[in-house]
Write a protein that binds this ligand. Structure first.
Ligand code: GLN
Ligand code: ZN
Length: 731
């Protein structure tokens, strides 16, 4: 048996990737220097593999995103230099960001126009390796079906697939001439819902694409492949299957067997969680797979179950994490070691494996599919709340607000750093934050915003901050994970019962409200999002943890309400992303997820509840959004100038809507024309009286000049619209 691993994080042990790319953007280094720095990170990444892994792909790295790279390889876009490359990620030509399946990694969405022929354009597979290094290793590529599913397509899908596969065929031929013998082809979309028509399309095109001369390892992850047996007739060299997400792949193999001539790459080490792997269970399980597949030792490989970029680089970077917890954890580097241990134990060498698993706690119990009551209000109750709130809040038409965070500048990062390194006392740090808050409040009044926010300066991150104040969480020092491009976050770790023993963020919000008569909106991160963006070590079913979190957050929300905060916003950007991929599993998930939100949002009708979601394709889950107890929904809408809002049409949406009118991933300020277009669309959908104006999301990563310009424009347009629709005002 052999070890196989893929998608080890590109970030670098000390976030060297992020530093290098951002320095390039800031013109601190040139493109040659950038390439040099990234080569060094890549070398270290490959060295991690080489230490423990028999087979790993080459060419996995990227300047920004692998899906964007695939678009460049197949001529959807072209670039001549790195500045042009990054234009597609963050410049004038920036593509939309979307969550990669049900993960918090965001990819760039290519647009494939009618008739596109996919000319081979970029030689990426040769970027990180010369022909000699291909010897034992496959070359990494995203598969055609996944690429199409993740893109926005204008043409008929079938002919596009045929054209694209022709290009893959040509690419494969080129690879072969250049000494490549194996391709690592990732098709996670095979684990999504795939229609019967698509299965036929896949089978037909792959038959034509693969001639057996070049070996193709088909890599699937994030779930099971329902149509696996249909792929048996295609001359793939190996199948990588996820055995961690659920038992379905295993059941398929038990029922349908596995072709004798193919290798099976068993994804048994969790690529997405950080719980240490029980090596002996993994060996036992892999033996079982071997048996039902009637496979020889040579045909079995062990692997990670999903890309390793979902976990931080190494646990070695954690110096203060509680030792009793640390010995139950494993990050990417350690997962490679686990694969090596599985192989060793398989071969009878068990001493190291024994030491590795000496302290493992109980396994997670499988969540039983109960039908939870979502605790939704009746439709009429929202109208009642609306009329009460109109009297309490006395807001103008088209109230202008923001989503919560404001630019976190150097000064703030410096203060945080000094506080952390004990050069600044808690008292002085608190004073500093208060000054930031009062400065912002003044600024917001000056700008003429209608509902103010305190700016979230105390929060490093919307999840980590809450995790640090709730009981039941641990946070890491260096457990960074990329969420998109060079943006990183540190997911906290849930390890015991979650309770709110201390206040979370209300001090800062009360302070902000004490400064002004104008309404300050209190902002909390939602239970599902906190759960989705944390690692979970607990054995209980996941919904129980969601309800615990929701109850803790509701305590905080109630405390806000009891202290003059009239609007409470709960952020749930992760609610769709955390959903299982397949339709048949969704009802169960959304029932408990909506219930969790509704527990957190249980407030009197005098308190207006805002739900903020972003980059979550809310259009697909309207049915569930309507079951959530909020009064105002804020969603991103700027990139496609409000087209996304059409999803709300004809759905009896009886609440208010705050469409994002400024794309906060772009460095350019909001345009007045776009603001107007989006407002006009919103008015058509929810009516004049129910439209708010706000940016797509928080402004944490933006700079003040563009923030100021954008907010000024929003206020200006709001005033124009108020005049225009004067007669609609509620007296
Ligand atoms: N309130 C958060 C902010 O403004 C929301 C962030 C998010 O939705 N991702 O930063
Ligand atoms: Zn957001």
């Amino acid at each position: 048996m052999q070890t196989y691993a893929y998608r080890f994080p590109r970030l670098g042990r000390n976030r060297e990737f992020k530093t290098a790319v951002e320095n390039f953007w800031d013109n601190k280094i040139n493109d040659k220097e950038l390439v040099g720095l990234l080569d060094a990170v890549e070398k270290e990444r490959l060295a991690s593999y080489k230490k423990y892994i028999d087979i790993f792909p080459l060419g996995e790295s990227t300047y920004y995103d692998t899906i964007l790279d695939t678009a460049f390889i197949f001529g959807v876009y072209k670039f001549k230099n790195l500045n042009e490359y990054f234009e597609y990620a963050r410049g004038k030509r920036a593509l939309a960001l979307k969550k990669y399946f049900n993960s918090n990694y965001h990819y760039l969405v290519p647009f494939l126009p009618k008739g596109i022929k996919f000319p081979l354009t970029w030689n990426k597979p040769f970027l990180y390796a010369d022909a000699s290094s291909f010897k034992g290793n496959p070359v990494s590529l995203i598969g055609p079906y996944t690429f199409l599913r993740l893109s926005r397509t204008e043409n008929d899908f079938n002919s596009m697939m045929a054209n694209l596969c022709e290009s893959y065929k040509r690419l494969f031929a080129q690879l072969k001439t250049n000494g490549v013998h194996t391709v690592h082809l990732e098709e996670p979309a095979f684990c999504d819902d795939v229609s019967g028509d698509d299965v036929r399309l896949i089978v037909k095109n792959y038959r034509n694409l693969i001639d057996g001369d070049l070996k193709i390892n088909l890599i699937t992850y994030y779930g099971s492949v329902d149509f696996l047996p249909r792929l048996y007739g295609i001359p793939f060299h190996a199948f990588a299957l996820d055995f961690v997400s659920n038992r379905e792949n295993f059941l398929t193999l038990s029922k349908k067997g596995f072709p004798k001539d193919k290798k099976i790459i068993c994804g048994v080490v969790d690529g997405r969680g950080i719980k240490r792997c029980n090596i002996f269970d993994a060996v036992k399980f892999t033996r079982k797979i071997q048996k039902i597949c009637h496979a020889s030792d040579e045909s079995v490989l062990v692997s990670n179950s999903a890309p390793l970029f979902h976990v931080p680089v190494t646990i070695e970077n954690e110096t203060v994490l509680d030792a009793s917890i640390k010995k139950n954890l494993s990050f990417a580097q350690e997962k490679l070691y686990e694969l090596y241990l599985i192989k060793s134990a398989w071969e009878g060498k068990t001493a190291s494996a024994r030491a590795w698993c000496a302290h493992l706690p109980a396994e997670r119990s499988v969540a039983k599919k109960k039908v939870f009551d979502t605790l939704s209000l009746k439709p009429g109750e929202f109208a009642q709340r609306k009329s009460i709130q109109q009297k309490v809040l006395k807001l103008p038409l088209f109230p202008v607000t923001t989503i919560g965070s404001f630019p976190q500048d150097k000064e703030l990062r410096k203060a945080r750093f000094e506080f952390k390194s004990k050069h600044l006392s808690l008292h002085d740090y608190d004073d500093f934050i208060r000054d930031k808050i009062s400065g912002l409040i003044e600024k917001e009044e000056e700008l003429g915003l209608d509902v103010l926010v305190h700016g979230e300066f105390e929060r490093t991150d919307m999840v980590e901050y809450f995790a640090q104040r709730l009981t039941g969480f641990l946070t890491t020092e260096n457990g960074w994970v990329i969420s998109y491009g060079t943006r990183v976050y540190r997911p906290p770790i849930i390890y015991k019962k979650i309770t709110r023993n201390n206040v979370l963020a209300l001090k800062e919000m009360f302070y902000a409200q004490s400064l002004v008569p104008r309404i300050v909106k209190g902002i909390l991160s939602g239970p599902v999002t906190i759960l989705a963006w944390s690692y979970n070590l607990r054995p209980e079913p996941v919904y129980e943890i969601a309800f615990e979190l929701a109850a803790a957050l509701n305590k905080e929300a109630k405390a806000l309400e009891a202290n003059k905060i009239k609007i409470v916003q709960i952020d749930e950007p992760a609610i769709r992303e955390f959903a299982p991929l397949k339709e048949r599993d969704k009802d169960f998930y959304y029932r408990w997820a909506v219930r969790a939100f509704n527990i957190a949002a249980q407030l009197s009708p005098y308190t207006q509840v805002h739900l903020h979601m972003c980059y979550s394709e809310f259009g697909e889950i309207i049915k569930w959004i309507l079951k959530m107890n909020f009064d105002v929904l804020t969603v991103e809408a700027a990139r496609d100038k409000g087209k996304i809002l059409a999803a709300l049409s004809g759905k009896n949406f009886d609440r208010s809507l705050g469409p994002g009118v400024w794309d906060i991933h772009s460095k350019y300020p909001a345009s007045e024309k776009t603001i107007r277009t989006i407002l006009d669309k919103s008015i058509k959908i929810v009516g004049v009286r129910n439209v708010w104006i706000n940016p797509d999301c928080g402004l944490k990563t933006r700079a003040w000049p563009e923030v100021e310009t954008s907010l000024q424009r929003m206020v200006k347009i709001a005033r124009i619209y108020r005049k225009k629709f004067k007669k609609h005002r509620v007296k």
